[in-house]
Design a protein around this ligand. Sequence first.
Ligand SMILES: [Cu+2]
Length: 157
Amino acid sequence: MRGRPALGAVTVIGALVLTGCGGSDSGSSGSGAELSVDAAYMPQPISDSMAAGFLTITNSGDAGDELTSVTSEAGDVTVHETVDGTMKEVDRLPVPAHGELVLESGGNHLMFEKLKQQPKQGQTVSVELHFAHSDPVTVELPVKAATYQPAHGHSGH
Ligand SMILES: [Cu+2]
């Protein structure tokens, strides 16, 4: 445990690595979902084999999509929702058209299990998001302090 608040010391990887929707030119709002991911992070886990991950998937397209699974080389990943303070695994989560799917502390989240090694602050964990319709999207989750709270989400709600 290092108690030192490494404010600013960690290189912030601001731009998330996105693949899968590179070809879509902006002007045309064609059919289908148009997904982008931001606000991704993982609080440094206390456990050496389990962790949670959070992110927001925004769909600017005209069709809804669904997050159907998540994979990572770091370990097993499942998608959980939190109902009345209890988390449970879900098959899929909707990403509504012109809406967003928010995974946040206390709500929906990614659950990492059987991690090969404990993620440490300053590292990144790569995950691949799989959707019912859209191509997979690769996201780098920066590992933040265990107590990290995201700055108030943007315009969201
Ligand atoms: Cu969970």
